[in-house]
Design a protein around this ligand. Structure first.
Ligand code: PXP
Length: 238
């Protein structure tokens, strides 16, 4: 079965809206795990708009499945990862003015610096994934710089409003999965996935884990975290 990584960033977004201590992403992560999530993801952004350093530190001690730290390729974040030692790091591009991660990492442009930083993280026992567009040149370069995994950006598929574009984007993702697997890369995917659009991505096969945040937290606000995670897991089981 395809695994589910639950991103709890937006539990922290609600907390930060009040600047107090609840709701706590640490508690949300525990409930998600008890409901069957295979991993917990948090994005420690440079501006600390949702997840805080304290969250990552406590999650490192409490997460029983796997902790995936999404982060920008900066000296500060690399130092934090080397201190915390999450199970995996997913390197993402980051812009201060974006609402959420826009586009994938340009691995081709960053290949020189990526190679060294990936090796550094791997030497500390951290699995490294690169969040990229379903683009064959980006995938080949991800392999060249030594990444363990790619996470395919599903945003363009999720945002597509016409059936034709959705179908084209699914085909692009399918090609990307098979190219990455041929190179021996592990394949994860995420961004924009929800209870309506996830089934077609699951049906492609070949993906190890989906990282899903906003739609699960949005549903959790209405029905609770436990039920929201269980409903998504049921869709992943097909
Ligand atoms: N994967 C990556 C690399 C992301 O940056 C995000 C957003 O933080 C997600 C997955 C989850 O996206 P969403 O919140 O749209 O489910």
């Amino acid at each position: 079965m395809i695994k589910l990584g639950v991103n709890v960033d937006h539990i922290a977004t609600v907390r930060e809206a009040r600047g107090i201590s609840e709701p706590d992403p640490v508690a949300a992560a525990a409930i998600a795990e008890l409901a069957g999530a295979h991993g917990i993801t948090v994005h420690l952004r440079e501006d600390r708009r949702h997840i805080q350093d304290r969250d990552v530190e406590i999650l490192r001690q409490t997460v029983k499945t796997r902790l995936n730290l999404e982060m920008a390729l900066t000296e500060e974040m690399i130092a934090i990862a080397l201190k915390i030692i999450p199970d995996s790091v997913t390197l993402v591009p980051e812009g201060r003015h974006e609402l959420t991660t826009e586009g994938g990492l340009d691995v081709i442009q960053l290949q020189r610096v990526l190679k060294g930083k990936i090796a550094l993280l791997q030497q500390a026992g951290i699995v490294v994934s690169l969040f990229i567009e379903p683009d064959l040149d980006q995938i080949r370069t991800a392999h060249k710089v030594g990444a363990d995994y790619i996470e395919i950006h599903t945003g363009t598929y999720c945002d597509a409003t016409s059936r034709v574009v959705k179908r084209q984007q699914l085909q692009r993702i399918e090609l990307a999965i098979s190219a990455a697997k041929k190179l021996g890369l592990g394949v994860n995917a995420g961004h924009g996935l929800d209870y309506r659009n996830v089934a077609d991505v699951v049906a492609l096969g070949g993906i190890e884990e989906l990282n899903i945040g906003h739609s699960i937290v949005a549903r959790a606000v209405m029905v609770g975290m436990d039920q929201a995670v269980r409903e998504m897991l049921a869709l992943l089981k097909g």
